[in-house]
Design a binder for this molecule. Structure first.
Ligand SMILES: O=P(O)(O)OC[C@H]1O[C@](O)(CO)[C@@H](O)[C@@H]1O
Ligand SMILES: [Fe+2]
Length: 185
């Protein structure tokens, strides 16, 4: 017997479709799901009229359970809200667990925050961004095309989104004349 109770998952070959996304469920996050995250509240409210899809997360069939290593591919569509680039909600793992991101297409960045100092890792196809345990993380599309990355994380990590609403992420990532501009919160 395994030392913990999880639904059994067989070894599996996970295939990618033409968009390089795993074939599992897709979670769609629209502008209205990102309440309280962009600095320019008026610009965010104006964007609600169309309520565009900001990002999609396609998951593999591996469950989020202790001992498993689920994966997902996130696509952040290009765009800005009051000069701030489209981004994920961001979260911290309630159980301190590391995570790996691999850039697949487009350009973006991985913003990390430990509650004290923020870190920024530019991401492009082939870049691995390592998220150590205890660091909140958010991904940002800093380009004009969809930014897509693979995430692999321990299945018991969990997602705490309120931590980011309470503490912020240390930086806001804005569009600047010479590329992304990191403005302290
Ligand atoms: O969970 P968020 O902050 O919306 O960001 C989405 C991305 O982060 C993950 O939750 C993994 O950390 C994935 O599901 C996805 O890669
Ligand atoms: Fe995570």
């Amino acid at each position: 017997m395994p030392p913990f109770a999880t639904p059994p998952v067989p070894p599996m070959r996970i295939t990618f479709d033409a968009r390089m996304e795993p074939s599992g469920p897709v979670l769609t996050r629209r502008m209205s799901d990102l309440r309280g995250l962009f600095a320019d509240t008026a610009a965010w409210e104006a964007a609600l009229a169309e309520d565009p899809v900001v990002y999609e997360v396609a998951s593999s069939p591996v469950p989020e359970a202790e001992g498993e290593l689920p994966q997902s591919i996130t696509t952040i569509h290009p765009g800005r809200v009051g000069g701030e680039f489209h981004m994920t909600k961001g979260h911290i793992h309630p159980r301190p667990r590391g995570e790996i991101y691999l850039g697949l297409s487009g350009v973006g960045g991985l913003l990390l925050f430990d509650g004290d100092k923020p870190q920024w890792i530019p991401m492009e196809p082939g870049t691995i961004g390592y998220i150590p345990p205890g660091w909140a993380h958010r991904s940002v599309n800093t380009g004009d095309e969809p930014y897509r990355f693979l995430a692999v994380y321990p299945g018991d990590a969990g997602h705490d989104y309120d931590w980011v609403l309470r503490n912020g992420m240390g930086y806001r990532v804005l569009s600047g004349a010479d590329g992304p501009l990191l403005r302290p919160f």
